[in-house]
Design a protein around this ligand. Structure first.
Ligand SMILES: CC(C)(COP(=O)(O)OP(=O)(O)OC[C@H]1O[C@@H](n2cnc3c(N)ncnc32)[C@H](O)[C@@H]1OP(=O)(O)O)[C@@H](O)C(=O)NCCC(=O)NCCS
Length: 167
């Protein structure tokens, strides 16, 4: 019997598998990254975080975290991870598009991430102009990207990025 690939909201049952996938993909350095420091401030939003499942096994995960940029509410996308044997089959793209749709539906105006522009640009992410958005730890400015749900939001946001619970 062929197992089906499905997409669903993350729940606590998936936690251990997601942690293992992130550990394998990013290693211990993940704990020192600016995006991790922000997420640590209060955890991710389970209503906007999705998994790809093959049978009961998690094969892809994308988490979204509620943040503020200065005083503007926003979302931080990531980590995004796909199991090596499932890469390049569109799972990453599907999870990104699902999370963007969910963010739109709850009224968010902008999504921020730290990642590879050559990958994320196909989904509409663009580099944030240097110096406007301040991360809590150093980030390569070429990797600080935003997706504007409301046009021109990147022009109007400014300030320190924190977990929304720290606002
Ligand atoms: C990056 C990652 C999430 C992409 O997931 P995926 O399901 O393989 O992505 P998709 O199937 O949607 O897209 C695959 C395409 O993206 C390309 N791609 C993957 N990573 C890329 C990168 N860093 N830069 C540019 N292109 C990239 C692939 O070459 C492939 O191109 P093709 O369609 O021309 O063959 C996955 O490779 C992964 O888990 N990597 C390890 C963890 C990681 O780096 N996460 C992102 C950190 S922000």
């Amino acid at each position: 019997m062929q197992l089906e690939l499905t997409y669903t909201l993350e729940n606590s049952v998936h936690d251990l598998q997601i942690e293992t996938m992130n550990a394998e993909a990013f290693g211990p350095a993940r704990f020192t990254r600016a995006a991790h420091l922000i997420r640590e401030g209060g955890g991710h939003d389970m209503q906007l975080s999705y998994v790809a499942l093959h049978g009961g096994a998690v094969v892809g995960s994308l988490r979204m975290t509620q943040i503020v940029i200065g005083d503007t509410p926003a979302l931080l996308l990531g980590p995004l991870v796909i199991r090596p044997e499932w890469k390049s089959r569109g799972l990453g793209g599907k999870l990104i598009n699902m999370s963007i749709e969910a963010a739109k539906n709850v009224g968010h105006k902008i999504i921020l991430l730290v990642g590879d522009e050559p990958y994320y640009q196909r989904f509409g992410f663009r580099m944030v102009p240097f110096g406007k958005v301040i991360m809590p730890a150093p980030v390569n400015p070429l990797r600080l990207l935003s997706y504007e749900i409301e046009p021109d939001m990147t022009k109007s946001v400014r300030g320190l990025v924190r977990h929304a619970s720290k606002a």
